[in-house]
Design a protein around this ligand. Structure first.
Ligand SMILES: Cc1cc2nc3c(=O)[nH]c(=O)nc-3n(C[C@H](O)[C@H](O)[C@H](O)COP(=O)(O)O)c2cc1C
Length: 222
């Protein structure tokens, strides 16, 4: 792909002007100049009928859209209603179209945000199932982890095991965290935070780090 990607016009443009790369390079093809709006897949991991962590998936969907930072799609594991996979996708003889669609969405996303509740100190089985069914699609995928709990500890205990699993699969997990305690009281069903300012401040740092990794990945051309 020879296209020149301007990831964030406002950030990159001054650098380009400075070096005069675009203006002075005789080989530069203006028709290939594209603005790059990243696409982020948001995995909502809880499949419970009365789930609360989905509120945070809705919050990020709106936050990224409102701030024009990315296009998004929520990959809702409750909607996918996957079976317990008995084989990875590439070894399945007759893969379900739903699983193929999910794999493609992970593969094509520039980055992923995983919104997960903590169940008994770990990630829910629905999430492990949805991670383990893929492999190549995850490789080097810039990924942010959001942990959620109904109590005061914000699901932090599932972070390390989830990170380890993703690390084994060569996922590029970002170092910033977004942890939500007392989700039932702090976010509405529509994903509106009670303390919007505090939530947005935390999201800004988290998303900035994710976008840095997306940008680095996009320009690495690998
Ligand atoms: C099977 C199960 C195990 C849970 N284990 C924990 C836990 O270890 N720590 C915790 O803070 N909350 C735990 N919770 C409560 C969740 O934090 C709570 O349900 C919260 O709303 C997020 O999960 P949800 O999106 O499924 O609603 C557990 C809930 C379930 C259903």
């Amino acid at each position: 792909m020879n296209d020149v990607i301007l990831f964030n016009f406002r950030v990159i443009l001054p650098k380009i002007k400075k070096t005069n790369f675009v203006l002075e390079n005789p080989y530069f093809n203006y028709s290939k100049l594209k603005l790059f709006m990243p696409h982020i897949a948001i995995i909502s991991a809880s499949i419970r009928p009365d789930r609360k962590s989905h509120r945070i998936a809705l919050y990020f969907e709106k936050y990224l859209a409102d701030n024009k930072l990315a296009t998004t799609e929520i990959l809702d594991l409750r909607e996918y209603n996957f079976p317990l996979f008995d084989e990875t996708l590439k070894n399945q003889k007759k893969p379900d179209p739903k699983t193929l669609e999910y794999a493609k969405k992970i593969d094509l996303a520039h980055g992923v945000i995983i919104v997960t509740p903590e169940y008994n100190g770990g990630m829910p089985a629905s999430l492990k199932n949805a991670i383990d069914v893929l492999y190549d699609e995850w490789r080097h995928k810039p990924t942010g982890i959001v942990t959620v709990s109904g109590g005061p500890f914000a699901g932090n205990q599932c972070l390390v095991s989830l990170q380890f699993t993703l690390w084994k699969m060569k996922v590029w997990t970002i170092t910033e965290m977004f942890s939500v305690p007392n989700v039932g009281e702090t976010y509405s069903e529509e994903g509106v935070p009670k303390d919007k300012e505090a939530a947005n401040k935390l999201a800004q740092v988290f998303v900035k780090e994710l976008m840095w990794c997306v940008k680095a990945d996009a320009s690495s051309n690998s």
